[in-house]
Design a protein around this ligand. Structure first.
Ligand code: ADP
Ligand code: MG
Length: 826
């Protein structure tokens, strides 16, 4: 219907865009440069630094004050860059998920982002799409819209052209399409009237397309952890300030001790690690054809225990090929002979210009056997569209004074329409089962002549003509991917509308675990919730299932404690996608509605990509965990040192600038080095992590406390030993700093891999950033200990080579001992 439409020209589009703006249903709150800077200065760490600076200036230590100022600028620059990068990543992700729409421009039908739509554009809408703007209809065919999002009316509305409507007093016009509503069936050509906030939907101001950046379960957990730590920290600071004041009587010194402790204790790295890891994770996935609509899904992914996937198109190629033919007249004829009657019927029962892969296969096989004149001899009068519930479709043609019905569909359904005897049906069923057991998808064909036009196909009596078996092979890599899932303790469940024998044959071919059993849609209908829950425990093949059953399957699996990822593409899949823990929409085949309901979109519609994504989810989660544990461990000595010295009125080992220096090394370490850490080699050989398992298990807490304590003691005891022996505080401090920094370097290596040994980590790993950070920390360490200018600033003094070596070795041991434990465990 649409060849003659020109649509707007490029110049007109530009003009209209200038005049009306972009088609966005809600205003984006754009964060400005200034607001970002203000955000950075809201960080408590920065405020503490500023306080310390002010105190230095008050007590006249200008040099220290200036150094702190330098630190302040450094720290704020780093947080600023980090925030800017995260924002950029998020915006790029948001651009990827925006809805698309077909428009006519410069005489061509092109696909554009809905946000680029302008008034006077001509759009082409098909089922499953959200209406992108308020439009007036130009042409419709059987077009129905679900307007419940806007009007609350749950029945779909038939849309018509303006000239076909006699009376329409309602506010919602039958000839208009409204932004935000949903095309359910048919197709439509429409002229855009208003866009963005001026549409009826925009006026309500609800947003549909949006990456939801609500806090993830992990973020919530960590958030409360941070709050609790902050409370404890505040209490400790108060105690330290009062104790220090009582013992020393110097208020400014006491406050400084409090600030030092606060700086050590603030867990500002935790939230940073989470946002950086999750958004970078999503960003990396986007490069691999996976778009996360919900960032939190990255986290859930790694815990997936069941993957429910559609068969056709996800597991198989969805490229059908006619493989076997059974003709009523000629019997099993294979492809050598052709039953002309059956061949013609198969073509007549299909759409003329079909995108359906079964019908494409029919046309490919048989259209060259007939002349165009033969094919166009009959005039199409009526269609019964394919319906996944009845699993049949038919075309009705005008033939002389009668009508000719050409029908095809699932054999069970088609045989019901014929007047064959039970015996005949049984023998045909045997033929059909034979084909299905080979994994073929079987269609039955029937035809009939009738003088009446009836409401539904099942009111006709038809003559059976034959069966055609189509082959649709599993995609390359699927078998290996299923193997991978089995090893990783992830069940793969196949869901299909196909016949059970076909489904089981394919299930066995790709190696599903429970593929000797199947549950059909009819059986699901008859089961109650309890029975279904029991049944889904040991069945990986679901056949003759309609989308409504998918939701029940998801529910039953979830009630069994599984974490369910579910794929879907059609309008009817949306509820199941929403209900599953991770809804996966197909990027190519998927309708807009399915995408909207999903948590992530797989752009290449491929099963192997889904499995890869699970692997990434696991890697990201383990890296978050490693980073968190590292942060906890490294803070134990710092906090303990900042706490004990003032409490017992001992000389301060760590001054604010030392803590700053340590933080400057720790921050990039945890947010960059650990983010880059590759997956553990055995990551897909372990069962999924239990969703109930806490981020840091008890065993990890023990390890954290032990490692933290040894680090603390290695820095604390020698310091006081040296001071008691009569060495200067500066000298002893140099010693402790060497221990801490070297200990930290080893700690990063030790905690970045649970299975690999330190040596392999050092030699094989390609984590270049880690090498850079290591080199920087060693150079910094040498400068602080030996550079006269920095010695004054950091209140250190030179160590003899022998002492330095001792400190170095002590640092190695302080965290390296964990390596021995690892070896022994192996
Ligand atoms: P799937 O989950 O595999 O996509 P469908 O709902 O597409 O399942 O198909 C279910 C059944 O409906 C098929 O096994 C087949 O018997 C029948 N069927 C599918 N497509 C057509 C079609 N274009 N014409 C007639 N029957 C069809
Ligand atoms: Mg299908």
């Amino acid at each position: 219907m649409s060849q003659y439409i020109k649509g707007l020209s490029t110049e007109e589009v530009i003009k209209n865009k200038e005049r009306y703006g972009t088609n966005e249903l809600f205003k984006k709150t754009k964060s400005t440069f200034v607001s970002k800077i203000i955000d950075v200065f809201k960080e408590p760490m920065l405020l503490l630094l500023l306080c310390a600076t002010v105190i230095y200036f008050i007590i006249g230590q200008f040099r220290e004050g200036i150094v702190m100022l330098v630190f302040v600028s450094f720290v704020s620059a780093i947080s600023f860059i980090q925030q800017w990068k995260t924002d950029k990543t998020m915006n790029e992700l948001k651009n990827l998920v925006c809805a698309k729409v077909y428009v006519f421009r410069d005489g061509k039908k092109i696909l554009i982002n809905s946000s680029d739509l302008v008034p006077k554009d001509v759009v082409y809408i098909s089922p499953g799409e959200r209406i992108p703007a308020d439009c007036e209809i130009i042409e419709v065919s059987n077009f129905q819209v679900d307007e419940s999002a806007l009007t609350g009316e749950s029945e779909p509305v038939y849309k018509l052209c303006k000239q076909d409507i006699t009376e329409d007093k309602d506010h919602w016009k039958r000839y208009m399409l409204y932004a935000g509503t949903l095309a359910v069936s048919g197709t439509c050509l429409a002229l855009v009237k208003t866009i963005g906030l001026n549409t009826e939907y925009g006026k309500i101001g609800k947003s549909i397309y949006e990456i939801k950046d609500e806090p993830t379960p992990l973020e919530k957990k960590v958030g409360s952890l941070v709050k609790n730590l902050a409370k404890v920290g505040a209490l400790l600071c108060f105690i330290v300030i009062s104790l220090s004041y009582i013992t020393s009587g110097n208020i400014l010194k006491s406050i400084m001790a409090g600030i030092t402790l606060a700086m050590a204790i603030i867990p500002e790295e935790f939230p940073v690690v989470l946002t950086v890891f999750l958004s970078m994770g999503a960003y990396r996935l986007a490069k691999k054809n996976v778009i996360m609509r919900k960032i939190s899904a990255v986290e859930t992914l790694g815990a997936t225990t069941v993957l429910c996937v559609d068969k056709t198109g996800t597991i198989t190629e969805n490229k059908m090929k006619v493989k076997e033919v059974f003709s009523k007249d000629l019997g099993s004829i294979g492809l050598e002979k052709t039953d002309k009657k059956l061949a013609l019927l198969s073509i007549l029962s299909s759409e003329t210009d079909s995108s359906d892969s079964l019908e494409k296969a029919i046309l490919e096989q048989y259209s060259n056997k007939f002349s165009l004149a033969q094919l166009n001899a009959l005039e199409l009068y009526k269609k019964f569209d394919f319906d996944s519930k009845t699993k049949t479709m038919a075309n009705i043609y005008i033939m002389d004074s009668e009508y000719y019905v050409a029908a095809k569909g699932s054999p069970e359904a088609i045989l019901e329409l014929t007047n064959l005897t039970d015996e005949e049906k049984l023998s045909i069923k045997l033929e059909f089962d034979k084909m299905a057991s080979k994994g073929l998808r079987v269609l039955a064909f029937a035809e009939g002549n009738d003088s009446r036009i009836l409401d539904s196909l099942n009111q006709y009596k038809l003559d059976f003509r034959g069966l055609i078996g189509f082959q649709d092979s599993p995609k390359a890599g699927v078998i290996d991917a299923v193997k991978g899932c089995n090893a990783a303790g992830i069940r793969v469940v196949m869901i299909t509308g196909d016949y059970y024998k076909t489904a089981m044959a394919i299930g066995q071919e790709i190696g599903l675990r429970f593929s000797k059993r199947t549950i059909t849609g009819d059986e699901i209908e008859k089961m109650d919730a309890y029975e279904l829950r029991e049944a889904v425990k040991e069945c990986d093949v679901f056949s003759r299932v309609i989308p409504a059953h998918k939701m029940r399957i998801v529910k039953a699996l979830k009630e069994n404690g599984e974490i369910v990822a579910m794929t879907g593409d059609g309008v009817n899949d949306a509820p199941a996608l929403k209900d599953s823990n991770i809804g996966i929409a197909m990027g190519k085949r998927g309708t807009e509605v399915a995408k909207e309901a999903s948590d992530m979109i797989i752009l290449d519609d491929s099963f192997t990509t889904i499995v890869d994504t699970v692997r990434d989810g696991r890697r990201i989660f383990t890296n978050i965990r490693k980073a968190m544990i590292y942060i906890l461990i490294i803070h134990i000595p710092i906090v303990a040192l900042a706490l004990f010295s003032p409490m017992f009125n001992l000389p301060q080992i760590l001054l604010p600038m030392h803590i700053m220096l340590l933080e400057l090394i720790i921050d990039p370490t945890c947010s960059i080095i650990f983010e880059l850490e590759p997956e553990e080699p055995n990551i897909m050989k372990q069962p999924p992590r239990s969703p109930k398992e806490s981020l840091i298990t008890q065993q990890m807490v023990k390890m954290t406390l032990l490692l933290g304590t040894t680090m603390f003691l290695s820095a604390f005891l020698p310091f006081h030993y040296l001071v008691d022996k009569g060495f200067s505080i500066e000298y002893a401090r140099s010693f402790s700093l060497v221990v801490l920094l070297i200990g930290n370097m080893i700690l990063v290596l030790v905690s970045s891999s649970g299975s690999k040994l330190l040596i392999t980590q050092l030699l094989q790993s390609k984590n270049r950033i880690r090498t850079i950070v290591n080199i920087i920390s060693v150079v910094t360490l040498l400068l602080i200990v030996y550079n006269p200018f920095l010695q004054v600033l950091f209140q250190t003094s030179s160590l003899e080579l022998q002492t330095f070596t001792m400190a170095f070795i002590l640092g190695l041991i302080s965290t390296g001992w964990w390596e021995v434990v690892k070896c022994l465990r192996k």
